[in-house]
Write a protein that binds this ligand. Structure first.
Ligand SMILES: Nc1ncnc2c1ncn2[C@@H]1O[C@H](COP(=O)(O)OP(=O)(O)OP(=O)(O)O)[C@@H](O)[C@H]1O
Length: 714
């Protein structure tokens, strides 16, 4: 948990927004035994890391929390001694790790350090940069109850960094306030003009927020001689800081005017919430999360974040109060842990000047290995060297929270990585830097500073603590032996770790499987129960509907009863009519039924008859057809025999013709021998035949002849 201020600057033809973010609860970004000090001195560092150790409270002393766990060696070095009973001490007793750790910071502030001194030594120069048009980021980091809120916001009696920054800003602006409120920050680095309606809307939003804030004591206004909220700013005497740092004021700079716009938001579980949104105060409504977007030039900004123009410190105080209230309301509602919450108060100072056009050169962000977090995205520009960042690490000295405090102190590696990506620095300046006890780097421009190294190694406690320091004094063969021994030990350790890891994985796997099975069983049981209960409900509902329908029908009937009422005698007469009709109908129906049955029988008989007739006709046809075939065959045979007879006749005719010819020859020969003329009286067989042949029309003779011939032939 922590707090921060981010100040960025960009100028267009009319203005230059300067942004300062103040954030709480930033993820681990700090230094340990390797600090972020880089060659070139504090002025050129893009990130400085301070440590603030808060004093014990009375209660903590009474609870024996003071066990000399934190010892500030000098302004840049602190030693942490593990108390008895802490996890660190237990590990150390087992031979794992150390019970004593040393850390270096840009500067360390002890419990006696006042708020104003802290401001002087940490943020003052950044404040100057901010007013001079550069971006700045101030954030605090530490475990809960370490003093982050105290450092950033402070108390009514001891205002923290934020009220001081605001006071200094208003002091700087002085009478050069741009009051029209018609120029507003837009996206990440731009500003936009507002029309009169929009300005009116801005004013009413502001008024609504202020109206909801009670006039009560707050850090910005309550430091003794502070002026009331409605007046300009905190008096400089009440927040004593060195005014010489703000020498470059608008009067000297020319006729520029300034407008200060602020936003206050929170990042919780990677969700961004606007703390200046009034609906947050409502208990019933869910907080609406905002999106972090890219402005098209690689700059991240919170979309739809509410920016409000403030013109006095009192107004700033009210907004802070409003935002804090929102934050604590949301935290209570969600029972959220402050350790996962980061609140960011952002200021944008627009420098309105009709002649100057300035722009801070943009950086490409694509190669920057930032962790994908909303916070790092939003502060990316500063971490990349577009402005300076200060981190104040807050710790308490309590023995009971020693292990968490140690963890915070060790977390510097992340900050280191973040700072390492600044592109326009020489490579050496980006590498993790070893520093001596006095905070000076041991390596300068790639060359080991032998003097610094000697003084570093001469630290007795460091020699006791660091094996590497002892080893450097040993002869080479002993060192080689030692390396071999250590290698063997390392190998054995790794094997052991591997086996342990496998066992743990297996155990975890089994446990998870068991859990999954149990939950699966539970789920199916629940499903079954749910099904049953739904079934039951369904049935009940069905029954209910049935009853309701019955009831409805009954009611309808009852309602219509009056309209449908018929006197009894009419009803009886009507009923009798109905009865008679019924009897008639029954009679006719039975008659019609009998007729139908009879007709059906008739139909069946006719059908049967038709079938018989058809069968008979078919049989007759078959028989006749067979007879016809027989007759046809006979006719064919007779025709054949007739043909034979005809052929025989023709043969006979040929025979007769030849016989006739022979006969004629014979008669001719006879007549020529006996007498030349013979009388006709004596006619023989051959003469008759000849006559018959030459006179075929004489039927009787013909028949006789044929009979004669046949007989003769046979
Ligand atoms: N430098 C200091 N001098 C005196 N009192 C301090 C100092 N720092 C912190 N305190 C007191 O210690 C207590 C815890 O501080 P604070 O609330 O700022 O812690 P925190 O880190 O913001 O805690 P959380 O993360 O839980 O909100 C407060 O009562 C605060 O007033």
């Amino acid at each position: 948990m922590s707090a921060a201020t981010d100040m960025t600057n960009e100028e267009s033809n009319l203005m230059g927004p300067v942004e300062m973010d103040l954030t709480c609860n930033v993820p681990p970004v700090t230094t340990s035994n390797q600090q972020t000090e880089v060659p070139g001195g504090a002025e050129q560092q893009t990130m400085r890391v301070y440590l603030r150790v808060r004093p014990f409270s009375k209660e903590e002393r009474a609870d024996n929390e003071d066990q000399d766990c934190v010892v500030i060696e000098n302004s840049q070095t602190v030693t942490l001694n593990a108390p008895k009973g802490s996890a660190t001490m237990k590990s150390s007793e087992k031979g794992i790790g150390m019970s004593l750790h040393k850390f270096s910071f840009s500067q360390i502030f002890g419990p006696e350090m006042t708020q104003s001194e802290l401001f002087e030594h940490t943020v003052k120069s950044q404040m100057y940069d901010f007013l001079d048009g550069k971006n700045a980021l101030i954030f605090s980091y530490g475990v809960t109850n370490a003093g982050k809120t105290y450092t950033i916001q402070g108390t009514p009696k001891d205002p923290g960094i934020l009220p001081r920054v605001l006071d200094a800003t208003f002091h700087y602006i002085g009478g050069h306030q741009y009051e029209r409120m018609d120029l507003k920050p837009y996206l990440r680095n731009d500003a936009q003009y507002l029309d009169p309606d929009q300005v009116k809307q801005e004013r009413s939003v502001k008024a609504a927020i202020f109206a909801s804030v009670k006039e009560e004591c707050d850090p910005l206004r309550a430091s003794g001689g502070l002026e009331s909220c409605s007046t300009s700013a905190l008096s400089s005497s009440s927040l004593s800081y060195d005014q010489t740092m703000l020498a470059s004021n608008p009067t000297e700079a020319g006729g520029s005017q300034f407008a200060l716009w602020v936003a206050f938001f929170e990042i919780y579980n990677e969700c961004v919430y606007d703390l200046l949104h009034p609906s947050l105060c409502s208990k019933s409504k869910k907080r609406a999360a905002l999106r972090v977007c890219d402005d098209g030039a690689g700059n991240a900004y919170v979309k739809d974040l509410r920016w409000l123009n403030i013109q006095t410190l009192g107004e700033a105080s009210k907004l802070l109060q409003f935002g804090n209230k929102n934050r604590s309301a949301a935290a209570t509602k969600m029972n959220q842990s402050s350790s996962r919450s980061h609140s960011i108060f952002t200021m944008k100072l627009l420098k309105i000047d009709d002649s100057t056009v300035k722009r801070i050169s943009e950086m490409k962000s694509s190669y920057i290995p930032f962790r994908e977090s909303k916070l790092t995205k939003l502060f990316q520009a500063v971490f990349c060297g577009k402005g300076k960042a200060s981190m104040i690490v807050n710790i308490n000295q309590c023995a009971s929270t020693y292990d968490e405090t140690l963890h915070v102190m060790k977390f510097s590696a992340v900050a280191k990585q973040v700072v390492q990506v600044i592109p326009d620095k020489p490579v050496e300046s980006l590498a993790p830097c070893m520093v001596g006890r006095d905070g000076k780097p041991l390596v300068r421009n790639g060359v080991i500073d032998s003097h610094a190294l000697e003084s570093y190694l001469s630290e007795e406690e460091l020699l006791d603590e660091e094996d590497e320091a002892d080893m450097s004094l040993l002869p080479q063969n002993e060192l080689l032996n030692m390396i071999e021994t250590l290698r063997a030990k390392l190998l054995a350790e790794r094997r052991k770790n591997l086996v342990q890891e496998m066992e743990i994985r297996k155990e975890m796997g089994d446990a998870m499987l068991q859990q999954i099975m149990e939950s699966e069983e539970l789920r199916s049981r629940q499903m079954e129960e749910l099904k049953e209960s739904y079934q039951e409900k369904l049935e009940n509902t069905f029954e209910m509907y049935k009853d309701a329908i019955k009831e409805h029908a009954y009611q309808s009937a009852m309602n219509n009863l009056e309209d449908d009422y018929v006197p009894l005698d009419e009803f009886i007469a009507e009923q009798e009519k109905v009865e008679v009709n019924k009897i008639h109908r029954t009679y006719f129906i039975s008659k019609a039924d009998d007729r139908c049955k009879w007709l059906y029988k008739e139909k069946c008989a006719i059908e049967r008859m038709c079938e018989d007739k058809q069968q008979k006709v078919s049989d007759d046809f078959m028989k006749k057809s067979a007879d016809l075939d027989t007759l046809q065959k006979k006719a064919d045979d007779q025709k054949k025999s007739m043909d034979d007879i005809l052929r025989q006749n023709i043969e006979k005719d040929r025979e007769i013709a030849s016989l006739k010819a022979e006969l004629a020859k014979a008669e001719l020969a006879k007549s020529s021998q006996k007498s030349p003329v013979q009388p006709k009286a004596k006619r023989g067989l051959l003469a008759n035949i000849r006559e018959a042949v030459t006179s075929p029309r004489k039927g009787t003779s013909g028949r006789t002849l044929r009979k004669t011939v046949r007989t003769a032939h046979h």
